[in-house]
Structures are given as C-alpha cells and as structure tokens.
Design a binder for this molecule. Structure first.
Ligand SMILES: C[S@@+](CC[C@H](N)C(=O)[O-])C[C@H]1O[C@@H](n2cnc3c(N)ncnc32)[C@H](O)[C@@H]1O
Length: 187
C-alpha cells in the first residue's frame, strides 16, 4: 500500500465554510486528494490519502481517504467542496473517514508496517531510495512542515527530496506516484 499524508497547519475542522480556499486552504487538501487518489479514468486501487487538519475549531482531525473505496466522487473542486463540507459536518461518504488524531499518533501507528518518508526540499535523492513495499510519504502545506513535526517524522523515517526547487504539495505527490508507477509497472 502507498499512502500520502498532508500536514495542513490551517485546514478547517468544520464544514462551515464558503470555499475550500477560505477554509484554511482546504483547496490544498483537495489538490492532494486529486493527485494521490486518481488516474485519468478512475481511482488508484492501492493508495490511501491522509490529511491532518490543524485549523479551528476542533484540531487536530485526521481525514482519511481510501481511493479504492471511493464512490460518487468526481475530480472537480466544487464536488470535493461538497464532500469535505459534508464529512467535516459529521456526514458519511464511502471511502472517507474522519477521527480525532494528531500527526504523531498516525505516524506511530504506521511506523510498525510502513517505510516513512518526509518530503523536504534539498539535494535530490529520490532515485537512491527503496520505495518498495508499504510506504507513507509526508508532505507539508504551503507553509511547509513545521520544523518540530519534520523532526518527529524523521525519527521514524528518512528524508526524501525531489531537488532544491520548492514544488506544490500536490505536484510532489504526482511525482511520487509517477516514480512508483515506473518502478512497479515498467512502461
Ligand atoms: C509548497 S511546499 C512548502 C514550501 C514552504 N515555503 C517551505 O519552505 O516548506 C509544500 C511541501 O511540498 C514538499 N516539497 C516541495 N518541494 C519539494 C522538493 N523539492 N522535494 C521534496 N519535497 C518537496 C514539502 O513537503 C513541502 O513542505
């Protein structure tokens, strides 16, 4: 299984919002869902996406999206605004769950069975890393991973860098999925 985790410093923990962007940048959560869970004509079967939402009023919340179990989810932003609004207000949606949990709790739970990677800008090393087997990739939002949380993730895993340019979190997930596709299903 391949899993992606976005640490959102400000993502709202309520569904009471006008737009994803104004909801503490839940639009970044949407973008990461898109690149984690979808190929052009359907969901990926072996991907789970997590977001830790640290915005008001009830942080932290752990949003989990199991791509294989997703139903009735198109790829446009307005559909996802509706889905996230509903789930954050206590509604149910196939393939999606929400619980009260912190980054630390999720990482500790995964560390037993998963390789953990913290995505951080720097000297490119993705080509040298063994990404086979279960792996969890942790990305920061538009402000990056807070230093202490990055340190925590690195206690359980390794730094993974795509180079010195800073890319959008969703672009990083796209690149990792592409790398995994190439390695696991040579074209
Ligand atoms: C828009 S970037 C954050 C930029 C922010 N200014 C910072 O200094 O962290 C969002 C996240 O994408 C990931 N990222 C961006 N560029 C990367 C790269 N070249 N290699 C690895 N991860 C990257 C990191 O996890 C980063 O926290």
């Amino acid at each position: 299984m391949k899993e992606f985790l976005l640490f959102s410093r400000t993502g709202y923990t309520t569904g009471n919002f006008k737009s994803l962007m104004e909801a503490g940048r839940l639009d970044i959560v949407y973008q990461c869902i898109l690149t984690s869970a979808f190929r052009a004509h359907g969901h990926r079967s072996d991907v789970v996406f997590h977001a830790i939402l640290n915005g008001s009023p009830n942080p932290p919340l752990h949003l989990q999206i199991n791509a294989d179990g997703l139903r009735n989810a198109r790829v446009d932003e307005s559909s996802w605004a509706e889905i996230l609004r509903d789930v954050l207000n206590g509604g149910e949606h196939a393939g999606i769950s929400l619980e009260k949990a912190s980054l630390q709790e999720v990482i500790k739970e995964k560390a037993a069975d998963y390789k953990i990677f913290a995505l951080v800008e720097g000297k490119r090393n993705v080509q040298d890393l063994d990404l086979s087997g279960n792996a969890l990739f942790v990305v920061g939002d538009n402000s990056g991973l807070p230093r202490k949380d990055e340190g925590f993730v690195l206690r359980y895993g390794k730094r993974l860098s795509l180079g010195r340019f800073s890319y959008l979190a969703a672009s990083c997930i796209d690149v990792i999925n592409y790398e995994l596709d190439l390695r696991e299903t040579p074209q």
